[in-house]
Design a protein around this ligand. Structure first.
Ligand SMILES: *Cc1c(COP(=O)(O)O)cnc(C)c1O
Length: 384
């Protein structure tokens, strides 16, 4: 699905010398590399504060702790996402409230958010799934109307832009009160292990978060709040400092691969290609934008609409073509997250998507020959 070795080879000398420098100075924890990376990421994102931490799941959890959410508070999020998003809500004894998504973008349905709001609702967690922002104009309006926090799960969309209806533009993850991301190796900006970060423009919240990640300490050995231990290693920060200047090019390479995939699937019956949906009148070629980075294609996800998705998956596996089913089971159907408030009729889109979606190899090193082989195999099989 990803080609981490190919990418490493292209930046090997830089990475090796950065890692060597960390080892020689042995500043493994909170060394200068971490602080430099933090500053560089703040600059790249145009956000006041980046708080590095150990992984994306921690980033979400710490964001919720920092906002002071209390047991029993309801937090609305998407039914169609990776479990980490809901897991931390439940872990903090908050109540996850799952809602359906849109069939074209896979992102949280804002009418469903409105319907799910109760007096106990305290926050919304939009997930910018597969590399494209949720409808943030509408989510900001809902949050303002009902006095709710917005925590963006930006694990899949780092570097993506969101253009508001009024034309202003912001980076994904810097729009709500707080954003969380992951540097897991396969993410668009991945390190060589686990890593994550939290973003906010709020000075007070940033101060709180910096304490929460560090055992609730604001002064050494004074523990003002219950915190956690969640750090980004200096070695990981060194890797990320080499990769961050390439992030825009990496995302461009993903968009380019997406465009080639979509071109090949054009007019194929029973195969629906992903669509960008943007307020910007961007230069859309076959549903893929090449101008405003509104989609950074963490995943390239097709819908197979003639019931052959599972058979296709098997066929690809036999030919050793990697693929992924993100996600095969709606979260509201998972044992851990069952809730009597959920009715199947409230999740028509997710219930359908889990049967139709299939994600193809997507990374920075895909070449034309690979894309041609993958697309031909799929087209031949689906319309056999
Ligand atoms: C990867 C991911 C996470 C978790 O990140 P980790 O670094 O693996 O903890 C959270 N949410 C989404 C949507 C993700 O894709």
């Amino acid at each position: 699905m990803v080609d981490l070795q190919g990418q490493y080879k292209s930046i090997k000398d830089q990475i090796n010398s950065s890692l060597k420098e960390v080892m020689e100075t042995s500043a493994f924890i909170n060394g200068p590399e971490v602080q430099k990376f933090q500053k560089e990421l703040e600059e790249y994102l145009g956000v006041k504060h980046v708080i590095p931490c150990a992984n994306g799941t921690d980033a979400l959890q710490i964001a919720m702790m920092g906002l002071g959410l209390q047991p029993g508070d309801e937090v609305i999020t998407a039914d169609f996402t990776f479990a980490a998003t809901v897991e931390v809500i439940a872990l903090l004894q908050l109540t996850p409230v799952l809602v359906d998504v849109y069939p074209n973008t896979f992102n949280i349905d804002t009418d469903a958010i409105r319907k799910a709001i109760t007096p106990k609702t305290k926050a919304i967690v939009p997930v910018h799934l597969f590399g494209q922002c949720a409808n943030m104009d509408e989510i900001l309006a809902i949050a303002e109307e009902h006095n709710l926090y917005i925590i963006e799960d930006n694990a899949q969309a780092i570097g993506a832009n969101y253009t508001f209806k009024n034309g202003t533009r912001k980076k994904a993850g810097t729009i709500g009160h707080v954003g969380a991301t992951s540097f897991f190796p396969s993410k668009n900006l991945g390190c060589f292990g686990d890593g994550g970060a939290i973003f906010t423009n709020d000075d007070d919240l940033a101060h709180t978060l910096r304490g929460v990640v560090n055992h609730g300490m604001y002064e050494r050995y004074y523990h003002d709040v219950v915190g956690v231990n969640s750090r980004l290693d200096s070695l990981q920060a060194a890797v990320l400092r080499v990769k961050l200047p390439n992030l825009n090019d990496y995302n461009k390479a993903r968009q380019e691969a997406a465009r080639k995939y979509t071109k090949a699937f054009q007019n194929c019956e029973h195969i629906e290609t992903p669509q960008v949906e943007t307020n910007q009148n961007c230069d859309k070629d076959l549903g893929i934008c090449s101008t405003c980075d509104c989609h950074v294609f963490h995943q390239y996800t097709l819908k197979i609409t003639n019931g052959k998705r599972d058979a296709l998956g098997k066929h690809l596996a036999e030919l050793q073509i990697p693929h992924g089913i993100y996600y095969p089971i709606p979260l509201h159907s998972q044992k851990a997250y069952k809730d009597s408030r959920y009715k199947e009729a409230d999740f028509p889109v997710t219930n359908q998507l889990v049967k139709e979606v299939i994600s193809l190899p997507m990374h920075t090193e895909l070449d034309d020959e690979q894309i041609a082989f993958i697309t031909k195999t799929i087209i031949d099989f689906v319309n056999k």
